[in-house]
Design a protein around this ligand. Structure first.
Ligand code: CAA
Length: 379
């Protein structure tokens, strides 16, 4: 796709930021300490990265989904974990409030989130319900003006340092998803705690844990959206979240290709450079082709969203394809690096680990296939 000048400038801004701030020394330190530097997060907020699509009246940039995916892609090309910090407020965290929040909730939460002062993760997944997101066991029982929440959310990105969390809980004993409702839960409320930080294989530097709710009293003003509309609102957020993951995958896949090309031009075997071996040159040509196709799907999904088209379908296709080929490119690029790709110190080792989650979080590839096929055939 040939981008209009505005998006070329946005891409340049994100690329320059990533290359200047996310140096290999800093990224190695993030891997060692498992902590992402707060000053870089602040700079990301100042650059406007946390509110790309958030309307200006709530402190955001008021831009569109194409600007969002281009930014995420460029940050992910340098640092997958860095792109996760950009993704979250623009997708599941911010979207939950944009999709379903009252004017007062939008004013109260979006501005500090965009400015990097508060973190609001998305608490949908439960230990027993990952892909089957509607099987929510967390309960919300009415008690006057309050709801008493009990349950456990799992794999919640950023939970260990969150200020609030969107929690999906079930009101009543109706069948299936009936009564599923979203709440904005203050993480300092009595009865809220977080589980042990997960030891993840990738995206190190952005902590993930359970959120545990034990008799947590949440005022009814903190209901997000309509009572009972929680599941559909969550699905609407995931339509945009999946677009963000697709952009992350495209950025990481680009980095895998970059590393393969670089290494193939440096390394000699049997008296010639790797790229002079047809087996390697063709492998890299195949990678470039798939990456191009994935990026076009990501941009198409963003434009579809910006022009009011069927985002559910376009996002699922983009996420499915981009995350699958990202894993393929990571594996092939590592293969080209041979033994050096298997040890720490070469960028491809981290890219390989980081890429693994893209076919899993925000809906596995198999869930995307369900979404795509249901769009084709109806239910
Ligand atoms: N937009 C609006 N409404 C939607 C929708 C969408 N995208 N998708 C479904 N709905 C509606 C349906 O139309 C249906 O409405 P009616 O009851 O009025 O007919 C209702 O929601 C129920 O839909 P389904 O019957 O299709 O629901 P299902 O139980 O069969 O599940 C699913 C559908 C797509 C498989 C869903 O369960 C799903 O997306 N699962 C994956 C969950 C997921 O992605 N989890 C990621 C968690 S977040 C994360 O990973 C981030 C992190 O921090 C780690």
């Amino acid at each position: 796709m040939i981008f209009p000048e505005k998006y070329q400038l946005i891409r340049k801004l994100a690329r320059d930021f990533a290359e200047k701030e996310l140096t290999s020394e800093i990224l190695d330190e993030v891997e060692d300490t498992k902590v992402f530097p707060k000053d870089i997060l602040k700079k990301m907020a100042q650059a406007g990265f946390f509110g790309i699509k958030v309307p200006r009246k709530y402190g955001g940039q008021g831009s569109d989904h194409l600007a969002y995916v281009v930014t995420v892609e460029e940050i992910a090309r340098v640092s997958a974990v860095g792109s996760l910090y950009v993704n979250s407020p623009n997708s599941l965290g911010g979207m939950s409030i944009l999709v379903a929040g009252t004017e007062e909730q939008k004013m109260r939460y979006l501005k500090p989130m965009v400015e990097g002062d508060i973190v609001i993760p998305f608490g949908l997944t439960e230990p027993g319900g990952g892909s089957d997101a509607g099987d929510i066991r967390t309960t919300a029982v009415k008690d006057g003006d309050y709801y008493i929440l009990n349950g456990r959310k799992t794999f919640i990105t950023m939970a260990p340092f969150a200020d609030y969390s969107i929690i999906y809980a079930k009101i009543g004993k109706g069948p299936g998803k009936e009564g599923v409702t979203a709440f904005i839960v203050d993480m300092t409320l009595p009865g809220v705690s977080v589980g042990k930080e997960e030891e993840k294989m990738g995206l190190i530097g952005c902590a993930t844990s359970d959120v545990i709710l034990e008799d947590v009293r949440v005022h009814k003003d903190n209901i997000l959206g309509e009572i009972g509309s929680g599941f559909k609102d969550a699905m609407r957020c995931l339509d945009v979240g999946r677009l963000g993951v697709a952009a992350q995958a495209a950025g990481v896949a680009q980095a895998c290709l970059d590393e393969a090309v670089k290494y193939a031009k440096e390394r000699k075997q049997f008296g010639k450079f790797l790229y002079e071996h047809q087996s390697i040159a063709f492998m890299i040509a195949d990678m470039a082709t798939k990456l191009k196709a994935a990026k076009e799907l990501v941009y198409d999904a963003a434009l579809t969203k910006d022009h009011g088209g069927n985002t559910t379908m376009a996002s699922a296709i983009a996420k499915y394809y981009a995350s699958e080929i990202c894993n393929e490119l990571a594996a092939k690029s590592l293969q080209i690096h041979g033994g050096y790709g298997f040890v720490r110190g070469f960028k491809i080792e981290r890219l390989y680990r980081d890429s693994r989650v893209f076919t899993i979080y925000e809906g596995t590839s198999q869930i995307q296939q369900i979404v795509i096929s249901r769009q084709l055939f109806g239910k």
